[in-house]
Design a protein around this ligand. Sequence first.
Ligand code: ATP
Length: 516
Amino acid sequence: MHQEDIFKKLTAHCKEYGFIFQSSEIYDGLSAVYDYGQYGVELKNNIKKYWWDAMVLLNDDIVGLDSAIFMHPAVWKASGHVDAFNDPLIDNKDSRKRYRADTLIEDYMESLNQKVEKEVAKASRRFGEEFDQDMFRKTNKRVLDLNERMETVRKRFVTASENSDLKELRQIIIDCEIADPVSGSRNWTEVRQFNLMFDTKLGSVSEDASTIFLRPETAQGIFVNFLNVQKSGRMKLPFGIAQIGKAFRNEIVARQFIFRMREFEQMEMQYFIRPGEEMQWYAFWKEKRMKWHKALGFDENKYRFHDHDKLAHYANAATDIEFDFPFGFKEVEGIHSRTDYDLGQHQKFCGKKLQYFDNELNKSYVPYVVETSIGLDRMFLTVLAASWKEEKIKKENGQEDERTLLQLPPFLAPVKLAVFPLVKKDGLPEISQKIRNDLRFDFTCQYEEKDSIGRRYRRQDAIGTPYCITVDHQTREDEAVTIRYRDSMEQERVPIVKLREIISEKVNIKKILGSL
Ligand code: ATP
C-alpha cells in the first residue's frame, strides 16, 4: 500500500475508534488543534508514564516539576524567544500556500539524498554479492555529482540560517529550482521572519494589562526553578529536572495531523552538569534516549539520529532522534547541549545569581545543561504508526477476512483486557461482570456483550487490546475461560483464579523499565 494511503487510513482510524478528534469539529474544526478521545487519552497517559518512570522513578538524580504555562514576560526576552524564535516563511504567489523556507530547502536536500540511496540500491541489485558499496559511493559519477550538489546547498543553507540572511534563503530556493510541492509553481514571494509565540493579556483593566506569552517550550519553567529545586531538594550536580506539560507555537505550516500542532505537549528533562563535561553527558543521553525508544520493540530500522548542521542560538551540539513516519523520517525528540546559555541569560536579566557551589572544586559556577526534549503527541503518532496493521486472516469456516489491529506493546494499550459472555443469558453476563469487577483495580478492563464474538474481537483488535476472554457455558462447571491473544489470535483455556497473575505479568511496565 502507498505510504500516503497508510497515513490517511491511520488518521481515519484514530477518529473512528475514539483516539483523536479535530478540535471544535462541529464548527468545522480549528486548524492544527486536536482533542484526544476515550482511548487516545489512555494511550497518551500510558506513554507519559513510560517516560516519567524512565526519568524520575529510575534515576535517583532526576526529580519532577510542574511549572505554570504563564510566566513573567522577561523570561522570554532573556531566553531569546522574543527576538529569535522565528521561522522564515515564504508564500507561493500562484497556489497562495505558505511554507517554511528552511523546510523547503531541507526537503530538497533529502530528495537528493534519496536519489543517492536509489543509485546505491540499484547498483547493489545489479552487482549482487560482488558489490562494494564504499567503493561505489566514492567513485560513481552520478553519486559524486549528487553529493557535491547536496554539500554546496548545505553550506549555503547553514551560513544563511546562522546569519538570518532571508534574501539568501530565497536565492537558494530559486537557484535549486524548488517548486511548490502542491502546485509545482516556482513563483515565490520574499522570505519573511515570523515569531511563533502566541500572546495574550494578563489583568482585567485594559490599560494596566500586560502582554504575556503562552510558553513555546516547557524548558524555561525548569530553568527559572533551578535554584528552588536544587536548594529545597539538596541536589548535587549532576542532576536533572523533568517536566511534562503543554506548549504552544503558532506554526506556519500545520499539516500532517498531530505531527505539527499549535497546542501540544512536551516531555522535557534538563540535566545540570559541570562546565566542560557536556560532550560526555550529551553522548550519554543520546544513547539512553535511543534505548528508550527501541525498548518498545518496534522495527529498529525505523529510528535514526540526525545531527544538526544548523545549531540553535543556545546550543553547542544537537541531534534529533528521527522516526520513519508514513511521510518519511522526521524528528520525534531533540537532544541538545544548551551550555550555560539559559541560566546565564536569566542571571543577567533578573539580576540574581543562578550559580551552584561545587564542594569538590570549591567554587561557584553557572551549570551547563544537556536537554532531552520529546513531543508527547509526536511520540503518540510514532506508536500508532508503528502498531497499525491491516491483515488478511482466515475465519473458522475457512473464508478469508480482513482485520485492522494496533499491535501496541501491552503495557501501552488503552484497554488491557476485554471480557465477553458468549451469549447474553444463562448467567454468563453475571459471571463476566464479576470477573471484570474483580480485575478493574489491577488494569483497565472492558465488558462487552453486544454482537458476535468475532465482531467483538475485531473491535478490540482495532483499539489494540492485547487480551480478550470469553465466558461460555462450560465456565459454569470448570471455572475456566478462554483467553484469546491479539497478535497470534491463539486461544487457550485458563482458570479464572489465574487471570490476574497471567495478565498482570504480561501488561506490567516493570519488565520494560527493567530493561532500560
Ligand atoms: P520542528 O523542527 O519539527 O519544528 P523543533 O526542532 O522546533 O521541531 P524543538 O523545539 O526541539 O522542536 O521541540 C522539541 C520537541 O517538541 C520536538 O522534537 C517535537 O517532538 C516536539 N514539537 C515541537 N514542535 C511541535 C509541534 N508544533 N507539534 C507537536 N510537537 C512538537
